[in-house]
Write a protein that binds this ligand. Structure first.
Ligand code: THU
Length: 140
């Protein structure tokens, strides 16, 4: 899928999520916009916890929202993040989130869009960020 025409909207949607980020401990706010195959966009933000461990990343929030609504076919995710929500550099997904992507996405074609703003972004496939990943196919 050519996501090029959707890039501005994905970046805008992920950035808008920074307002919902709950990050009173790290102060590092993250927003995500997950594009499903049917064109729907599921949003996510990071949600921290006083016990630290239960904290959830923006990417997983978006995935779990979508999967909980019966959607499992995805094409791309946009991720933005920065201290106090100020975007100055690229925020790449953590290892746990990459593994969650591996569960639902084709690593060769799923696109991970890291953005600062509409003019500054870069795109990787999941396979590039999680080489030789272990997924459902390994158990098939
Ligand atoms: N975080 C995300 O939500 N996504 C990432 O890709 C990197 C890290 C969150 C987790 C935690 O709330 C904060 O950023 C600092 O690690």
């Amino acid at each position: 899928m050519d996501i090029t025409p959707l890039i501005p909207r994905l970046i805008e949607t992920a950035t808008a999520q920074l307002a919902n980020s709950y990050a009173p401990y790290s102060h590092f706010k993250v927003g995500a916009a997950l594009l499903a195959a049917d064109g729907r966009i599921f949003t996510g933000c990071n949600i921290e916890n006083a016990a630290y461990g239960p904290s959830n990343c923006a990417e997983r929030t978006a995935f779990f929202k979508a999967v909980s609504e019966g959607v499992r076919d995805f094409r791309a995710i946009c991720i933005v993040g920065g201290q106090e929500g100020i975007l100055t550099s690229y925020t790449a997904p953590c290892g746990v989130c990459r593994q969650v992507m591996m569960e639902f996405c084709d690593p060769q074609s799923f696109q991970i869009l890291l953005a600062i703003d509409a003019d500054h972004y870069k795109i990787f496939t999941l396979a590039e960020l999680l080489p030789e990943g272990f997924g459902p196919a390994n158990l098939g």
